[in-house]
Design a binder for this molecule. Structure first.
Ligand code: 13P
Length: 277
């Protein structure tokens, strides 16, 4: 069942659980995520990064949309981190209407203008927008504490940003980073609490791979409604291929799907979305 990501996240926010958004590159990724969600009767989001969109173009979007429609669980399809209007145009013309408009590389004022303009366009097509305030790094290596804090989401600015841009969900920066964490994960709980208290739209955490389970649970308690997962799925995929003795291609593809499905199932249980379909 194809569902709007806005509806999935609003239900999660009301129900005190979260939705897993898993980055998809190919059919194996789609099979792993949908099979896990159907097995656990969980809503889920298939998420496409612009790099994957550039590679797979309309065919990748069409595969994700038709898999969402054919699935027996509520399934959304979402475009991740889009900072180029042409990527957004390709997504929209391919039928993908849930989009992360990422102006986080811009200064605050320009991020507002960029996000406002694209949000108006996407909303005029009945689409849904996620935006980011602060800057989620690839890593925090070499940064001082004040530099790290400057990249985090400021609660008052977040309030103003959401009011001015009218986005539907907000990605927060509270110490989370994409990819591998080179140091123990350190999330700013007070910051998340302060943001949640004054923002009434669903909040998103990027960089979930490597965040310890107990921290994920605390994030949900404090109001995160969507977790993005990419690295852990890619690692399961690559490790399976690297260690495989399989000489049959379909056998190898099935092994890859099973390895990724195991990761997805564990995350869906952790997010509390099992049985919420
Ligand atoms: P990870 O690769 O750290 O799981 O982050 C994924 C992500 O946030 C995609 O937007």
């Amino acid at each position: 069942m194809f569902f709007s990501t806005k509806e999935l996240l609003n239900d999660a926010l009301q129900g005190n659980y979260a939705i897993g958004a898993f980055n998809i590159y190919n059919l194996e990724g789609v099979k792993a995520v949908i099979s896990a969600a159907e097995k656990l009767k969980s809503p889920v989001i298939l998420q496409i990064h612009p790099a994957a969109l550039t590679y797979g173009k309309e065919a990748l979007v069409a595969m994700c949309l038709s898999a969402a429609e054919a699935s027996c669980v509520p399934t959304g399809v979402h475009l991740d981190h889009s900072s180029k209007p042409e990527e957004i145009d390709l997504a929209l013309s391919s039928g993908l209407h849930s989009i992360m408009v990422d102006g986080s590389h811009l200064d605050y004022q320009r991020n507002i203008e960029f996000t406002q303009k694209l949000t108006q366009r996407i909303h005029s097509l009945d689409g849904v927008v996620e935006a980011e305030l602060g800057r989620i790094s690839g890593s925090e290596d070499g940064l001082t504490v004040p530099e790290i804090e400057a990249k985090m989401t400021d609660p008052q600015r977040a309030l103003e940003f959401v009011a001015l841009t009218q986005v539907d969900m907000l990605a927060v920066c509270i110490g989370n980073v994409h990819g591998r964490y080179s140091k123990p994960v350190n999330l700013d709980w007070q910051r998340l609490t302060n943001i949640r208290q004054i923002i009434n739209i669903p909040l998103v955490l990027h960089g979930t791979s490597g965040v310890p389970d107990e921290m994920v649970i605390k994030c949900i308690e404090l109001g995160i409604s969507k977790f993005n997962i990419n690295t852990e799925l890619r690692q399961a995929y690559m490790k399976t291929i690297a260690q495989s003795q399989e000489d049959d291609l379909l056998g190898l593809m099935n092994n890859v799907v099973n390895a990724m499905q195991t990761v997805v199932e564990a995350k869906l249980r952790l997010f509390g979305s099992q049985g919420k379909a």
